[in-house]
Each structure stands twice: as C-alpha cells, then as structure tokens.
Ligand binder design. Structure first.
Ligand code: FAD
Length: 454
C-alpha cells in the first residue's frame, strides 16, 4: 500500500484510541495518532482517575470519626484543598506521560494537534499536514454539554474545570442527577462544602434500579446534601460579590460560589468532517457503527464515547482492542455489550450489573426478587448510621441471575467479581451453593434465601 502514509490514523488519544493504536502497531501496522489536548483522554485527565482520587480524599473524614469508637484519639483534622488538587494534577501528568511512552514504545507516531477527517482515506492536521491513511479510527470521545442550554450557563463550570478550582468554595450547586453530578456532590459535601443538587427529574440516576435510586437519594440527603428534585434551572445570574444565583422554574433562587453543571455529555463530532466524508451520525451527533465498530464508510471506524454505546472506559478500551485485532491482527472478534458492570462512586457507592428489576419486568421476565438491607459490622462500633442494600433479580423460570445491585461500602469492588459469575450465566442455585466468606458484607449475596413477597 505504498500510496498510504500510514496503515492506521487514530484521531484521539484517550482510552479507546490509545489501546487501538498500540495493539495495531503490535500487529505490525504503521500507526499515527493525533491528540489535541493531553494524551490519555477523559478518563486519565479529567474523568475516572482524578475523580476517584478525590473520592478517596473525601472519605477520610468518616474514617477519622469512625476511629474514635475503636479506641483511637486523633488530633484535629484539617483539609487543604490545594494539596489535594496539586497532588492529583501531578499524578495525572505522570499517567499522561506513561500513556505517551506506551504509544511511542509501541512504535506509534504521536502528533499533539487537532486532526479532522478530510476524506475516506485522508486526515488533515491543524498544523497543515495531510496524512493518507489506509484506515481511520475516530476515537474522539465526548464533551460536557449544558443540555438544555441555560441562560447564564457560562457562569457555571463543567466537570473539566472542577479539578482545577483555585479554592474550595463554601457553597456549591450541582445541576444534574446523573452519576457524574452525584459523585462530585458527594465528594465536595464530604470535603466540607455545602452542596445542593438541582435536578429536573423526580428522582436521581435515571435508568438504575428504583430501590437503589431511592436509597441513594435518602443516603445523600442524610449525608447533608440538599436535593431539589423537579427543579429545572431556568437561568443563572452573577451577583455583585462573585456569587452565582440559580433560578429554578419553581421555588426560591439559590446562591453559591460555584455552580457545577453536569447535565450530560455529547459525542465529540462537531467540525470533524465526518458527515462530509459520508459517515452517518445519529441524533446527538454520535457516529453510527455496527458490531465491528465500522461506519458507513468502509475505511473509517469509530470506538468509545463518540459512538455513544456504553460510555465507560473499559468499554472504549475493549472496542479499540477488538478493532485493532480484527483489522490488523487477522483475529476478528466483537465486543459483547451485555452485562457490563458499573459503579457510581458516591458515598455510599453503587455497584451494579445486568438488568434492574424494572428493566427485567419490561422485558417480560417473571421474577423472583431477593433483597437484604443491613448495618455493616464496622458501623456497630463506630456508631455510624450506615446501611448496605443488596438486590438479586432472578428469572423465575430459568433461575438465572439477571441483575445484581449493591448500594454500600465497596460495592464497586464487589460487583466486579459478581459480574464474572453473572456473565457466565450463574443461577440463583449457583449463588446458594457457594459457601459464604465470613465475616464480610459480600457473604450476604450467597445467603439470601427467601424471595420478596409480591
Ligand atoms: P476519551 O477518553 O474522551 O478520549 C478522546 C480524546 O480525543 C480526548 O483526549 C480528546 O482531547 C481527543 N480529541 C477529540 N477530538 C479530537 C480531534 N479532532 N483531534 C485530536 N484529538 C481529539 N468511565 C468509567 O469507566 N469509570 C468511571 O469512573 C468514569 N468516571 C468518569 C468521570 C467523569 C467526570 C467523566 C467526564 C467521565 C467518566 N468516565 C468514567 C467515562 C470515561 O472517561 C469515558 O468513557 C472514556 O474516557 C471514553 O474513552 P474514549 O477513548 O472514547 O474518549
């Protein structure tokens, strides 16, 4: 293919793009990747990684308080925002450097500039170069969208900026009821900020199991977060002293130093030249792909958030890997998008895999529901008012485990292991046969005997 400069041009060095580039290069392909921001993408730079580090930081206050019940005497605890922010920023820089090294070590040519599609086999770089590629992979991810637009919305910040706040505000408004909004609400409330969540829906976390949604809502309220549900923010205004004021369609206006707008994300396809090249886009600008991540143009594929399938890092990575193996490794395979476990790193956190009770009923399953709620052992002595909730959604006819939902400490860690069993087709009898590990919270998953009545 002498008339192509590279075998693969990857646009976007995030989770999906870097994996695809490295694997393709490992299969012997000549690969170039372009990144307009920092190598590593959303997850590493302004998503999962810095967020989880903030979550850890936010949970120390509970640990200090709990320690007293176990006999510890600690000095006065003080938190310094700048120390945390800068330490997290350094870790992000370290990781971004590792991502670059990984690419270069695999023989991938890295260009740190914006790239757009100029034709089925052509990519144009912001610096003016044009590269002819046998294959193009679009892995441009998504961006925070103020959706619907709020007049005065520019007075708010998105999740991109929240990692760089110059100081910790006294009060924060979080607009949105999805996982990103709630994770930040939980983090900042635990760091001592007075947090109010403004959400237009009548409950948080649309799409999650109803029992989990309601219990998390109550737990967040118990943790001191004010939840104003059914509140559509109509406009934001700036007051004299730099304070922002949010006006809801109903109820009193509410003031804060920082307003975080986390109302959703959109695929990053604006100005990318895709439609002009013949690639079909969906209603929110997502690249339409088939099971092989192929677009309507045979030489252009797309993976990750830009396709708006399941917007999670491990999914983007898997899609990038499958594309590279299939196209350059002679090993075609596709990603199974069913039974992807996910977590919400609020405190308490959620771990979930499979169908919610409502989704399972809507799909026509006759169900047996097992649930338990209990106080974890640690809370008996710490005195913390804390509970763990678990729910098993079981198909009554086949006994198959359709969904597992956990709210409480370490739910994310637990659900990853449970997902293996569920994706192997485990039945309730398989869970019952498994001997409990005592004393643990997770043992409750294998000791629920009686289905919920009704
Ligand atoms: P990205 O990682 O977004 O990478 C796309 C890259 O393309 C970006 O670096 C961008 O700068 C670059 N780019 C875009 N356009 C161009 C262009 N024209 N030219 C050159 N470069 C371009 N997922 C989880 O699994 N767990 C979590 O806990 C989690 N937490 C999250 C928390 C937050 C606050 C956010 C915002 C997201 C979180 N996610 C989480 C989602 C996760 O970050 C994404 O699913 C994942 O990063 C998607 O990978 P990607 O490769 O599709 O895109």
């Amino acid at each position: 293919m002498a008339d192509f400069d590279v075998d693969l041009f990857v646009i976007g060095a995030g989770s999906g793009g870097t994996r695809a580039a490295r694997i393709a290069a490992g299969h012997g392909a000549r690969v170039m990747i372009a990144e307009e921001d920092r190598i590593g993408g959303t997850c590493v730079v302004r998503g999962c990684v810095p967020k989880k580090l903030y979550v850890y930081a936010s949970r120390f206050a509970d640990d200090f308080a709990d320690a007293a019940g176990f006999g510890w005497t600690l000095g006065e605890a003080r938190f310094d925002w700048g120390t945390l922010r800068d330490a997290v920023a350094r870790e992000v820089t370290r990781l971004s450097g590792l991502y670059r090294k990984g690419l270069e070590g695999a023989g991938v040519a890295v260009r740190t500039e914006r790239a757009v599609v100029a034709g089925p086999h052509e990519v144009r770089l912001a610096g003016g170069d044009t590269v002819r590629a046998r294959h193009i992979l679009v892995a441009t991810g998504g961006y925070p969208a103020f959706d619907p637009p709020i007049p005065g919305g520019e007075l708010g910040i998105s999740s991109n900026e929240v990692f760089h706040l110059p100081s910790l505000p006294k009060r924060m408004l979080v607009v949105g009821g999805g996982y990103i909004a709630l994770e930040f609400a939980s983090v900042f409330a635990r760091l001592g900020v007075t947090v109010t969540v403004l959400h237009r829906g009548d409950n948080i976390l649309r799409g999650f199991d109803e029992d989990i949604r309601t219990r998390l809502r109550d737990a967040l309220a118990h943790a001191g977060i004010t939840l104003r549900l059914g509140c559509t923010v109509e406009r934001i205004e700036l007051l004299e002293d730099g304070v922002r004021r949010a006006h809801c369609a109903s109820g009193a206006p509410i003031d804060a130093e920082v307003i975080l707008v986390a109302t959703g994300r959109r695929p990053n396809t604006v100005g990318l030249g895709l439609a002009e090249a013949g690639v079909a886009l969906g209603p929110v600008g997502e690249v339409i792909v088939d099971a092989n991540s192929a677009t309507a143009v045979h030489s252009i594929h797309a993976v990750g958030d830009v396709t708006n399938r399941i917007n999670l890092t491990p999914v983007a990575i898997r899609e990038g890997h499958a594309f590279a193996d299939s196209t350059f490794g002679g090993k075609p395979w596709t990603v199974d998008h069913h039974l992807v476990a996910s977590a919400v790193f609020t405190t308490p956190e959620i771990g979930t895999v499979g169908l919610s009770e409502q989704q399972a009923r809507a799909a026509g399953h006759e169900l047996r529901i097992f649930e338990t709620g209990f106080r974890p052992m640690k809370a008996t002595i710490s005195g913390r008012e804390e509970r763990i909730y678990m729910k098993l959604v079981v198909d009554a006819q086949s006994d198959r485990m359709l969904g597992v939902h956990i709210l409480g400490h370490d739910a994310g860690e637990i659900i990853q292991a449970v997902a293996i069993a569920v994706s192997m087709g485990a039945t309730k009898a398989d869970f019952d046969r498994t001997i409990a590990l005592h004393p643990s919270a997770a043992e409750e998953l294998v000791t629920m005997r009686t289905p919920r009545a009704g």
